[in-house]
Design a protein around this ligand. Structure first.
Ligand code: MEV
Length: 402
């Protein structure tokens, strides 16, 4: 049973890791099971790990922190973040505090539609074959649904088909199968559908069967987030203008856009890893989306408005609160518990909000004093902890860099 969660926890950084965890427990942000797991250091049992992967010899740990100050769609949200880079958690928390003063982040996610591709080569008269596929749409969709009965029972299933000729002369066509995957990331679901449907598609088209696999550019599963920040909260109108100019630089130049997007993904990936998401899929989709209109673009922008800035971001996010590691990995279970996202869409909105916060923190630092001063201080602290040292003492106040 959740109690009132606040993500505004002043002086959280001054406490020990154990005391921070007790604060979360007392607030009801983690249940007894998650608390017990985290209080033991969050270690994954090697026998559990052995079932997850192959040739397992041990587990590999990262620091797990909490992103603070987030208000997302009117709700206070604690964001679990697993990352080794100093300042990512502090920077996102600091930016979230600035945004909080203007009402926090707002966002919306598309329905959870994942897309699989079925490739066919050497198809005679590819355009006519495409038309025949679409005529058989209902029968093909039913075949797909029959392969995922439990997903269909939960309200998911095949929603749409579309087909394209990729090379008329070589007879290459691709069928896209769009599937509602509910609160799952959905890779296994759509791969199952594609494999089940492919023989019937092949019988319609002739030619040579090709691949049957999801696309990691799920364009029907976009998330959009928005945030405002006042000149005063961001550190003055000069700094706000500097942030807007930095954002425009990313719109004008691919070399800057990719670094801008790396900073955006700093916080998003950290949260995605803590929450057990497929961060390789997320990264692949984000950068393909950044480039899909013909030139590589920033995933987020910050523009001037009277007295402040408006930030917006859009990207595809194939993430889930069900399936995958959500119940198998106790740390992921604890992280999902802490975040409290009710649906995969809520999870996507939270992740994109963390990305926008990281991005604001980075641009603010870059438009101001530069990132090196804060970075170097934190790197020194990290380097002072040798690999063989016992766990470090409670950490001091963090930089606001990113
Ligand atoms: C460093 O991890 C991220 C930044 O380079 C992002 C950016 O330049 O916007 C600071």
């Amino acid at each position: 049973m959740k109690r009132a969660i606040t993500s505004r926890l002043s002086k959280f950084y001054e406490r020990s890791p154990e005391a921070r965890l007790v604060v979360l427990r007392e607030m009801g942000a983690v249940d007894d099971v998650s608390f017990a797991h985290l209080a033991r250091g969050g270690f994954l049992d090697v026998t559990v790990a052995d079932h997850m992967s192959e040739n397992v010899i041990a587990t590999h740990a990262l620091p797990l922190g909490v992103g603070l100050n987030f208000v997302i769609n009117g709700r206070d949200v604690l964001v679990p973040m697993a990352v080794e880079e100093p300042s990512v958690v502090a920077a996102a928390s600091n930016a979230a505090r600035m945004v909080r003063a203007s009402g926090g982040f707002s966002g919306e996610a598309d329905p959870p539609i994942m897309t699989a591709q079925i490739q066919l080569d050497d198809v005679p008269d590819p355009t006519a074959a495409c038309a025949r596929i679409l005529e058989a749409r209902a029968r093909l969709s039913a075949l797909g649904d029959a392969s995922i009965p439990r997903m269909v029972a939960r309200g998911g299933g095949v929603r749409d088909l579309d087909v394209r000729v990729l090379d008329e002369a070589l007879g290459v066509i691709v069928l896209h199968v769009h599937v509602d995957v509910g609160d799952c990331m959905g890779a296994n679901t759509v791969d199952t559908v594609a494999e089940a449907m492919a023989p019937a598609v092949h019988a319609i088209t002739g030619g040579t069967m090709g691949l049957r696999i999801l696309t990691n550019l799920p364009l029907r599963r976009l998330v959009r987030v928005r945030a405002e920040v006042s000149d005063e909260d961001v550190g003055g109108s000069e700094l706000a203008s500097g942030i807007a100019r930095a954002s425009r630089f990313a719109e004008l130049d691919v070399f800057r856009a990719v670094t801008h997007n790396k900073g955006f993904m700093n916080g998003l990936d950290a949260a995605a890893i803590a929450l057990g998401q497929d961060f390789r899929a997320i990264e692949a989709g984000a950068h393909a989306f950044a480039a899909h209109r013909g030139s590589y673009r920033p995933l987020s922008t910050w523009k001037r408005k009277p007295g402040g800035l408006v930030g917006e971001a859009e990207l595809p996010l194939a993430v889930g609160t069900a399936g995958g590691l959500s119940s198998a990995h106790p740390g992921v279970r604890a992280a999902l518990d802490m975040l409290g996202a009710a649906t995969a869409g809520d999870l996507a909105i939270a992740l994109a909000s963390v990305g926008l916060a990281s991005n604001l923190a980075a641009l603010r630092a870059l438009a101001g004093e530069g990132i090196q001063r804060g970075h170097m201080r934190l790197h020194e602290r990290k380097n002072s902890v040798q690999a063989t040292d016992p766990p470090p003492a409670p950490s001091g106040p963090r930089s606001e860099v990113g």
